[in-house]
Design a protein around this ligand. Structure first.
Ligand code: 1PX
Ligand code: ADP
Ligand code: CA
Length: 573
């Protein structure tokens, strides 16, 4: 039992048992009275032994007066006793709360207490509600966008059947827009939506849909503040709204990587209790042309080719990625080009340090702590940036930039298991030309415990910013002949003859599941352009006693209003 003063304490009935129920500022606790001499216990979160339970107030979803007398115990031997008690204690209130199940999944459970008088019942409801109203990070009004065609096309059903009833129970009002075409949500957010009315935006869909919401919100915020997104060095203004993700797509790696599971009910509960998680957002430019923002994977070569091929097979649903994956694997293409990158300063760890981003992650927290400037670059360091750039020319099967682990059900540890959600860096993974068998071994290691970077043909760097220039025989590429030549951020440095077929000389970049139309890109801004996304689906087990904790950074409020992940993920709410 916690040491805080009791706000309310009563002897009530739960089913046929008499219980002592106690509310403090942080915990609702109840204990069976008769048999408590033998056993009693409680933990700081929701816990249960044979006779005692405790639920943290911040994980109470709602409290309601129960309309009917739901003694809820129909076992024959107890029915009579229960009926007698329902006559003696006819006034019932029900507390809905978060219950943790396996593998980071949350469920909503109910517990009903029977009171002898209406006044006592009302008092309990009122006092619990007063405590809930002190939790100011909880959203009250949400704007929900549903992509009806994401994943297995179940977005609408998932929202209506699994999420809306929970929002109603938590007294959250939601304006729902079912999108009618690609970019509907983005454009609505950019120009039309009255964002003052809402505490957050919810995205029902996959990574592509989440990306739409991020683009809508970030662009709207920059426009409102007169920031020119086309400048790679522009300092972006943080968004004031958080984004919540209800997974209903094909990969859903942003939800998985922040919440720890792809489960709509878990995400809805994280949104309800107001969890949040900051996230790195980087900007991708082609010369002076702004292309997109990215929060998860920027992949050229293998993942770009998988995505390009899979778009033609959308009708297959999520299985399209497996089919296109096998096809792309068998094609075994590689691409020549030059990668330049600016490595991170010491202190932000490295991609092979096996430090995973979990609740309370010290790397992400320190990065955003205003007091702790130890990782910020001094002026001299910034000036010497030019000398710190590294350049690699080569033939690559894949070039991947993972701003977060990119964990998903296909690869539970992700493309870069030690990448951080909010450290302002990305892990740049270069897979050089190798045999099919070696590449297969590398891929397979994404699914088991072996280190996928422990190959001679793979290298990985934690970077603040990077550039890629594909090898071109002519500078005018096949990217878009109708466009005037673009100013290049740097000149191609390749030499020698590529062994690729010319038609396969370029791949495409996959950016959070969307294809970029330029191969030459600069990805910047992990220090300058980083925008925090507050994800309401805070990851894993913050505040829990579980062994496997996921960290949540929370001190990025200067970037995004609210707590931290302005867009969120299951995540930016
Ligand atoms: C041998 C088995 C190897 C399995 C290797 C799996 C590695 C998977 C890493 C996935 C990282 C995903 C990063 C997330 C990207 C998403 O933003 C993005 C969009 O998501 P959305 O659809 O929800 O909007 N999703 C994707 O780009 C999907 C990537 C899926 C890649 C699947 C690759 C399968 C490879 C299969 C190779 C099989 C070789 C078989 C040889 C006989
Ligand atoms: N109503 C719609 N019709 C067609 N495409 C849409 C619609 N709404 C959103 N989209 C687009 O669908 C694409 C994939 O969405 P997403 O939800 O990520 O599903 P998946 O994970 O299956 O790719 C995104 O690019 C998004 O812009
Ligand atoms: Ca990162």
């Amino acid at each position: 039992m916690d040491k805080q003063p009791r706000l309310l304490s009563s002897k009530l009935f739960q089913k046929h048992r008499q219980v002592e129920v106690v509310l403090s500022r942080s915990v609702l606790y109840w204990k069976e009275i008769e048999k408590s001499r033998k056993r009693s216990s409680c933990t700081s979160r929701e816990s249960e032994t044979a006779h005692s339970h405790a639920v943290q107030v911040c994980e109470i979803v709602a409290v309601h007066k129960s309309e009917e007398d739901d003694q809820g115990d129909t076992k024959r031997g107890r029915l009579k006793k229960a009926k007698q008690q329902s006559q003696l204690y006819p006034h019932t209130f029900t507390v809905s709360y978060v219950r943790r199940t396996r593998q980071h999944q949350w469920r909503c459970s109910d517990v009903s207490f029977h009171c002898a008088s209406q006044a006592l019942c009302q008092q309990w409801i009122q006092v619990i509600n007063e405590q809930l109203s002190l939790l100011t990070n909880r959203p009250k009004r949400l704007l929900v966008y549903i992509n009806p065609y994401g994943g297995k096309q179940q977005g609408k059903r998932i929202y209506e059947q699994k999420v809306a009833p929970l929002f109603r129970r938590a007294c959250i009002s939601a304006d729902v827009i079912v999108t009618e075409c690609a970019n509907h949500a983005r454009d609505h957010l950019k120009t039309e939506a009255n964002l003052d009315k809402y505490d957050g935006v919810v995205c029902v869909g996959g990574d592509g849909m989440f990306s739409e919401i991020v683009h809508g919100l970030v662009t709207r915020t920059q426009t409102d503040h007169g920031v020119d997104q086309s400048r790679a060095d522009a300092e972006l203004v943080p968004c004031s709204l958080r984004i919540g993700i209800i997974p209903a797509g094909s990969t859903d790696c942003i939800c998985f990587g922040t919440v720890g599971t792809n489960d709509p009910v878990t995400s809805a509960l994280h949104i309800i209790v107001g969890d949040s998680q900051p996230m790195d957002v980087c900007s991708v430019h082609h010369g002076d042309v702004f292309l997109r923002y990215s929060v998860s994977l920027l992949g050229y070569g293998f993942y770009g080719d998988v995505l390009t091929d899979s778009e033609r097979k959308r009708w297959l649903g999520p299985a399209r990625y497996d089919l296109s994956g096998v096809k792309t694997f068998l094609s075994h293409n590689y691409y020549e080009g030059t990668v330049s990158y600016l490595p991170t300063a010491d202190g932000l760890g490295n991609p092979r340090d096996k430090v995973q981003c979990r609740s309370g992650c010290h790397i992400c927290q320190h990065k955003h702590s205003s007091k702790d400037k130890q990782w910020e670059m001094s002026e001299e360091e910034e000036k010497s940036d030019k000398d710190r750039w590294s350049t690699i020319h080569g033939k690559f099967i894949a070039i991947n930039a993972a701003s977060m682990s990119c964990a998903c059900p296909r690869s539970p540890k992700g493309l870069s298991p030690s990448a951080h959600l909010a450290d302002g860096t990305t892990d740049l993974i270069l897979v050089r030309k190798c045999s099919r068998l070696d590449f297969f071994r590398h891929l397979l290691r994404h699914t088991n415990k072996d280190d996928q970077f422990d190959h001679s043909f793979v290298e990985v760097h934690r970077v603040r910013t990077f550039r890629f220039q594909p090898f071109q025989k002519q500078l005018v590429s096949r990217e878009d002949p109708s466009e005037p030549p673009k100013k290049k951020g740097f000149s191609p440095m390749c030499s020698g003859q590529t062994t690729c077929n010319y038609s396969k000389a370029h791949s495409s970049w996959s950016c959070d599941g969307e294809i970029l139309k330029h191969a030459a890109i600069q990805v910047s801004g992990y220090d300058v352009n980083m925008v925090k996304i507050e994800i309401p689906d805070k990851h894993h087990l913050t505040r829990s006693n579980h062994k496997e904790k996921l960290a949540v950074s929370s001190n990025i409020s200067q970037l995004l209003a609210g707590n931290s992940y302005s867009c969120y993920s299951g995540t930016t709410l």
